[in-house]
Design a protein around this ligand. Structure first.
Ligand code: CO
Length: 253
């Protein structure tokens, strides 16, 4: 009970301090929300989405679940994405994973945790599709880190295929999709994929994460047979260049 009282007491003090510093602070934000960002992250208590990004109330529309999954069958996530994109008109959708994610760790192991095992099933697919790359990583922690990253890329790909994002892109190429990973040890957000603004770019990410995995399902997207597979920096540069081009053409978004 003492811990609970602590958060109520803090709240009273915080609200009082904010009003003392700026009497209109809450009133200005109480009306219509116009967030520029939709943040989809893990429910993990160690990832402070708003504190780490310096956003004010009203700037970040948030959806969190275990292991930051974006599943087309998840009515809650899909509703959040639709509302954020079609009603709030967010300009950026961020999928943020984090290293040492307990959900990802559980999906990599054999132990059963009950209902959550069903939820984590898609991550086991990520592990399976990328088995060759993952087995080549000797260090256990590095392999775990890589699954966290591959899972974020997979969710960006899932997001790109939703009717909401497809419709938005067909109209005006908004929002931009970004995949980040938060490091619990440093507080830093690492950029895995930024400025994904088309199915082509999302497909390229999917192809990258599948490359070198002959045992997986067929590579998705419209890759030309025999064409070189872009990877790593080359892909990032190509996406960045295209985004810069479009931003220049369309003005600041
Ligand atoms: Co997590």
């Amino acid at each position: 009970m003492q811990n609970f009282r602590r958060i109520i007491e803090y709240n009273r003090k915080w609200a009082g301090d904010m009003i003392a510093a700026d009497p209109e602070y809450f009133e200005r934000r109480a009306g219509k929300q116009e967030p520029h960002f939709l943040y989809i992250g893990c429910a993990d208590s160690r990832v402070p989405a708003d504190v780490a990004t310096g956003v004010e109330p009203g700037e970040l529309f948030v959806h969190r679940n275990i292991a930051n999954l974006v599943l087309p069958s998840d009515l809650s996530a899909m509703s959040v994405v639709q509302y954020a994109v079609e009603v709030l008109d967010v300009k950026h959708v961020i999928v943020a994973g984090h290293y040492n994610c307990g959900g990802v760790r559980a999906a990599m192991g054999d132990q059963s945790y009950g209902l959550v095992d069903h939820w984590l099933g898609p991550i086991r697919n990520v592990v399976r599709w990328n088995r060759d790359e993952l087995e080549a990583i000797g260090d256990e922690q590095k392999r775990f880190d890589r699954v966290v990253e591959l899972n974020v890329l997979e969710q960006i790909y899932n997001l790109s295929g939703t009717p909401v994002i497809q419709r938005a892109w067909a109209k005006g190429r908004r929002p931009l999709l970004h995949g980040l990973v938060y490091d619990l040890h440093t507080g830093l957000l690492h950029e895995l994929a930024t400025g994904v603004d088309s199915q082509e770019a999302a497909d390229a990410l999917a192809d990258r994460r599948m490359s070198g995995t002959p045992a997986g399902p067929p590579a998705r997207g419209a890759a030309t047979p025999g064409a070189p597979v872009l990877a790593g920096d080359a892909l990032a540069e190509q996406i960045a260049a295209r985004v810069a081009e479009r931003l220049a053409a369309a003005g600041a978004r």
